[in-house]
Write a protein that binds this ligand. Structure first.
Ligand SMILES: Cc1cc2nc3c(=O)[nH]c(=O)nc-3n(C[C@H](O)[C@H](O)[C@H](O)COP(=O)(O)O)c2cc1C
Length: 172
């Protein structure tokens, strides 16, 4: 759990390192999807972002604060950083992600708001250094925790979910 000076320190290293760390994703191999799937995904991403921006601009949201929110846990007073130590059975990563989801559900049940922050894993080397964490601890990601700001448009962005039949394949 980071709060006070620690959360500010993590936000500062993320703001400083993000652009460079994010650019490194171009060094990763391209995902193994066929051309048609890649086209559909890219189009969906473009449309989703365009809709999201139009919705926020329409409501005169502070777009700078919205963008910076990805680096500073949306100005929440606390965040939890989830880390896992690698082990042989490959379950370590899955356990970390499950813990994050469970944490968000438990927080919501108590009236708290959360937001996943993938800048933590993207900037993990700097975050580990800033918090003096062991070098073999893999940072899965961070979760911002606070009380949702009533009436903030960022909490009302329309959901754009694919119908369940489009994302489910049935085998009998
Ligand atoms: C792996 C992952 C990474 C995410 N990273 C961010 C992030 O960096 N910043 C952010 O504002 N939200 C992030 N989110 C939250 C999503 O934007 C979205 O709010 C969340 O998945 C809930 O979906 P819903 O709003 O459609 O219910 C992330 C979600 C996931 C699953």
């Amino acid at each position: 759990m980071v709060t006070g000076d620690s959360i500010r320190k993590v936000a500062a290293v993320i703001a400083r390192e993000y652009a460079q760390a994010a650019a490194r994703k171009d060094e990763l191999p391209a995902p193994p999807v066929n051309e048609e799937t890649a086209r559909v995904l890219a189009e969906r991403k473009r449309e989703t972002f365009a809709e999201m921006l139009a919705f926020l601009q329409d409501r005169q949201a502070d777009m700078k604060a919205v963008g910076e929110g990805n680096f500073n846990f949306h100005r929440a007073p606390a965040a939890v950083i989830f880390g896992v130590y690698p082990c042989r059975d490959q379950n370590f990563l899955k356990s970390g992600v499950a813990a994050m989801e469970n944490f968000m559900l438990a927080a919501a049940a108590r009236g708290l708001g959360t937001c996943w922050s993938n800048a933590v894993s993207i900037c993990q080397e700097s975050v580990r250094a800033a918090l003096d964490l062991p070098s073999d601890l893999i940072l899965v990601d961070g979760i911002a925790v606070g009380y949702p700001v009533e009436g903030s448009p960022i909490n009302d962005i329309p959901r754009r979910r694919l119908p369940i039949e489009d994302v489910t394949e049935w085998r009998e």
